[in-house]
Write a protein that binds this ligand. Structure first.
Ligand code: CS2
Length: 476
């Protein structure tokens, strides 16, 4: 049964609302501050924290990004929400209680207060890949309009920063002023080397505002790299109705996720952390092979399916994967990518690639999870840098064409010409699309990777591959 076909529940007015009096659970003290309160944070880090044996010591204060809605809705439920684990054969439900405060991200004063508090020792981030505002040189682009505007605000001391990075740097300044102790910043966004990316972005912002603060961050804050994994589509009205029908209470903010979950971490926690290993988190010395496996095989396939699948008329990951042309493109991309995950590239880690690929096919084919391709297609210019570019570069360095990775970029290029894109570089993408032929591809590729864009062979290859997914399928 598809989730759209779930039976209608009674009106929420007839049902009690989920909160701590309905589900008694003590509030743990805030020791973790999270930026980016969305579905993924709730299905992943909040769930791991809830499952830890020492969960009673670790409360999360979670701040939203652009809009306050998720915080307002969750605050009405004392931070409680239902995690629906949706397997092929049925749903299971857990009320997660680790979020003890849900706050509008615009409340920068509260953020600064909590980050400055000595009890806070971990800051987790799910602020999206694009929010790190990485320029093509791999460092913070201080000319990006929102970054520049936050830097001006910080310098003048006249207003509240609006970007997650600006807010974080502002709050870290408050911690420094309070003389509080070291803490760990844990990046949970899908970026290669995400701890280093977060560190560079935070330091880049701090350096432009107050070099003394940058020096303090460098010596006091540990940046932990992680590879995070759990497929979590946006919550729908049907999900809310499904929880009402199955549990008999109204939860405005349930989150639906696949049963599979994975968290690999690398780095130090100078003032402690929850026992996330109780829920299966793994701590390693060298994270890169795990990051690449996930970014290339899972996220790479996702982006390929997002662009190719929509061009072929599909809406969800499961639908796209059932289309032989899309599946074939994914298999070819995996064949290219996996060569660069084995041998010395694996650094001694047993990545079990064949089993990982088989598991991915099963995860993507879970038709009870309606994972929308349009959601995955967002921010393509940033995502392709992590998902297609490294494989394409590695293939070219090995003397091969990298046609399967190039096809992902070609599908993105076709998609940007056919649909309205949500991307921090949307204006530049639109400008590039006013050109034609190889000039157009070169301009688009320049937004993803200027070095590849200067390689005529790559530009020609991608130009030739455009149009591969032109024919929509007759039946979905
Ligand atoms: C997806 C990821 O939206 C996307 O770009 O590829 O959110 C993906 O679902 C998660 O990384 C799975 O862990």
């Amino acid at each position: 049964m598809s989730i759209e076909a779930q039976p209608e529940a009674e009106s929420p007015l007839d049902l009690p609302r989920l909160n701590r009096s309905l589900r008694p659970s003590a509030k743990a003290p805030v020791r973790i501050v999270h930026l980016g309160l969305g579905a993924f944070h709730r299905s992943h880090q909040a769930w791991y924290t809830h499952q830890a044996k020492d969960a009673g010591d670790w409360g999360i204060a979670a701040f939203t990004g652009r809009r306050p809605d998720a915080a307002l809705a969750l605050a009405e439920q004392d931070g409680l929400f239902t995690l629906v684990e949706r397997a092929g054969g049925g749903d299971s439900f857990t009320v997660v209680s680790s979020i003890v405060e849900a706050v509008d991200g615009a409340d920068v004063r509260r953020l600064a207060q909590l980050v400055a508090a000595p009890g806070t020792v971990v800051i987790t981030l799910t602020i999206t890949e694009a929010a790190y505002r990485l320029g093509s040189h791999g460092h913070l682009d201080t000319t990006a309009p929102d970054v520049a505007s936050d830097l001006a605000l910080l310098a003048s001391g006249t207003g509240n920063p609006a970007t997650p990075l600006g807010r974080l740097v502002f709050a870290l300044a408050a911690r420094r002023a309070a003389g509080a102790h070291p803490l760990a910043v844990v990046c949970c966004d899908n970026l290669a080397n995400n701890g280093t990316v977060a560190r560079n972005a935070v330091l880049g912002m701090a350096q432009s505002w107050d070099p003394g603060l940058a020096a303090w961050i460098e010596s006091t804050v540990s940046f932990v790299s992680t590879s995070v994994d759990r497929i979590t589509p946006r919550t729908t009205e049907a999900d809310i109705a499904a929880v009402e029908a199955a549990r008999g209470y109204h939860d405005s903010s349930p989150v639906v996720a696949e049963p599979f979950t994975n968290w690999v971490l690398s780095g130090s926690f100078p003032a402690g952390r929850p026992r996330w290993e109780d829920a299966g988190a793994v701590f390693v010395d060298h994270i890169e092979p795990y990051e690449n496996r996930k970014l290339w095989l899972l996220n790479g396939a996702h982006s390929l399916l997002a662009y190719a699948g929509q061009l072929r008329g599909h809406t969800t990951v499961a639908q796209a994967l059932a289309d032989p042309q899309c599946l074939d493109a994914v298999e070819h991309f995996w064949n290219e990518a996996e060569v660069h995950l084995s041998g010395p590239a694996a650094g001694g880690a047993d990545l079990q690639i064949p089993a990982y690929r088989t598991a991915l096919l099963a995860r993507f084919s879970n038709t009870r999870i309606a994972h929308h391709l349009a959601q995955i297609a967002m921010d393509g210019s940033t995502k392709l840098r992590m998902r297609a570019v490294p494989v394409l570069q590695a293939e070219r360095a090995a003397g091969r064409s990298g046609a399967a990775a190039a096809l992902m970029i070609a599908a993105w290029a076709d998609y940007t010409a056919a649909a309205e894109v949500q991307d921090p570089l949307a204006a530049d993408i639109a400008k590039a699309n006013r050109l034609s032929g190889t000039e157009r591809i070169q301009a688009l590729l320049k937004l993803v990777d200027p070095v590849l864009a200067a390689d005529r062979g790559v530009v020609d290859l991608i130009t030739d591959l455009c149009g591969t997914f032109d024919q929509p399928t007759l039946s979905p």
